[in-house]
Design a protein around this ligand. Sequence first.
Ligand code: MCN
Length: 789
Amino acid sequence: MTSMFGEPIVRREDPRLITGQGRYVDDFGRDALAAAFVRSPHAHARITGIDVDDALEVDGLVAIYTWEDLPGRVGEPLPLLIPHPALTHGRTAYPLAREVVRHVGEPIVMVVARDRYLAEDAAERVQVTYEPLPPVVGIEKAADGGRLVHEDVPGNVGARLLQEVGDAPAAISAAPHVLEFRLDIERSASMPLEGRGVYARWDAGDESLRVYSSTQTSTSVRMAIAAKLGLAANKVEVIAPDVGGGFGVKIVHPWPEEVLVPWAARLIDREVKWTEDRREHFISSAHERGQVQHVRVGFDDDGRLLGLDVTIQHDHGAYTPYGIIVPIITSTQLLGPYKPGAYRVEFTSLYTNTVIVTPYRGAGRPQAAFCMERTMDRIADELGLDRAAVREVNLIRPEEFPYDQGLIFQDGRPLIYDSGDYPEMLRRIKELIDWDGFAALRADAKREGRRLGIGLACYVEGTGVGPYEGGHVEVDSSGRVHVSTGLTSQGQGHQTVFAQIAASELGVPIEDVIVTTGDTRRFGYAVGTFASRAAVMSGNAIALATRKVREKALRIAGEALEADPRDLEIVEGVVRVKGDATASIPLRTVAVLSNPLRYAFDEAAKQATQFVVGGSADAPPLTGEPGLEGKDYYSPLRSTFASGMHAAIVETDPDTAEVRILRYAVLHDCGRLINPRIVEGQIHGGVAQGVGGALYERMVYDTEGQLLNASFMDFLMPYATEIPRIETGHMETASPLNPLGIKGAGEAGVIPVSAVIAAAIEDAEGIRISRMPISPSELYHLRLDAAAG
Ligand code: MCN
């Protein structure tokens, strides 16, 4: 049997999902009561009164709650996850607003009714009176500090963090060439097709709670609910069933609704469910990306970096439930595959009266790549050098690994790249896009009156962040292999890849492997799915657990076959003596033998079911543990660093300023590939989101803090028609840090896209692109500005 590891097999979950057999939170609790929320229509206001009398008249209303009704910990502000010493003024929201609202969409009143219609009707009848306060909208308004989002946060500054390697200002002053410029990246959001949702069922007899949540972190949601509601953790079960995308927004835990729905379910002893609608998702979940970056760079005649000084202003929205992880990632991952000479980076994280900002696929790295790669292009432009050549001279060489960038990473540990081959990657991406042949292509197009441009961008991405993840593997008496891990799945194909790992490690057909994720009943200790960590973390944990099972299977089979376990192998689910086809025993029989209390039918032996009570001749005393199962955890020393380079050719319309992507090429290195097809799918999805961020998607706030495009009619997500065919090449530089040699892949596709497309547009138009996204009307106006000189 060939190993399943590395095979491009099709995703096993898809037949179920594409034939409507998936089960999402809203598919559970059909008869549950429905919750709806009254949310703030103001970006910033003091609540002067809440009158629920009219709402109480609605037939079918069951309960209505304001902050005043929330007892003890339930009413306390939500937790601040990942605190950091630089976050001197971290602030989180109350689950229902108390006195002040700080963004449109903040929940104020929770209504529970017989169904969603009635709940919405009752919510509409709640009269909240407000005293509007001046809103702070946009980074510049926040930075001027004239208006405050939180009265006790001077200058709206939540955090300020400086990291330095060498003396960048001095290196820049001494450099033969210096450039200085500003870059703007607008706010966007991840927009999973399934919004958030939570359904809770209280069992009064057992005093336990079962919660279904569309979450990326079921075990953490469980801990949070247990703590808030004063329950023992083992009295709370949290299940993430099928989740229709997360992309980061479902990491935050607990969301207010994740506390309030279970709390209400227990209080009124009825099942309660809340399903987010799209407008709620726009105004009450999370956004990301918004940053302003000021760059000063010094370099030599070859374009070699001598000093880089970057100042970042990060828009954090109204609260910081997820700490300052996003700007930390931007500032520490900005250097990509390059050696910067001296480096100074400082970010300021600012509060605004807008929706909170938490990681969205790429998590600060698209901004980082935009900064670094625009810088590379500017240097090339300034010196009249080839853009790829400027990158080449700055790359870290393969012999320099492990390479310490001298910075402290998001996990508080030194940022050390473990492995990679960036020069080879640059060579191959140039080949893939035919970088050197582009001039001729452009010239041909020009003769037809067409404008083409080419762009290139690189990135390095820390993946597989700790602290741990676990795996449990059990072979049952039918020979099926049950694999479980505590982290959740939102569409990454974990049912397939984890089965590939277990099948390869154990030597069984993949059809025999069943994978469970995100169910605290099956696996209670886990961190969650984010930061491209599942493959590295759970993948390795499952491999380690499977190795334990394999070892045990060989031991038991060795006893049964009277052979040395070292002489045995497992092939297609059968343990056999190497080189002796006659001496074998199926794994399912080994599973039966692993339990002295046997109750099974052994197909192979055509042996009748036997039930041994009190021991018998063929039931030896138990040595070790019964059952053919194993559990293990994987905890990394530090993150492993994936890398990639993208290149694109675009065409800009001379009349309409529309941008068309003619070719898009990706070269990607995530260490050993478990499943190349799945990795390519992940890259395609990431590139699609990147194209959205480069050309279409932005959150448009007016000066009053109203989100003007809070619907899919106005927020332009690309369709398949806007996404080019993506040509993908792989490199497999194994990570030396983990047993399987893998690095993460889930976010990579999105990271350099804005930088690549900006570069290609700039190349086509000869006009500086310093802002993302760029719409046809913006490009048109840039043309007018350029023409006016
Ligand atoms: N993989 C592989 N070989 C490798 C590395 C990864 O075959 N060397 C496979 C993995 O086994 C997994 C997939 O690629 O099936 C992604 O793996 P990984 O990089 O570990 O990422 P995670 O599984 O931890 O997923 C999280 C990541 C993130 S952070 C976001 S955001 C994101 C993403 O995945 N959200 C997604 N991809 C998504 N895809 C879908 N469909 N929906 C989301 O919400």
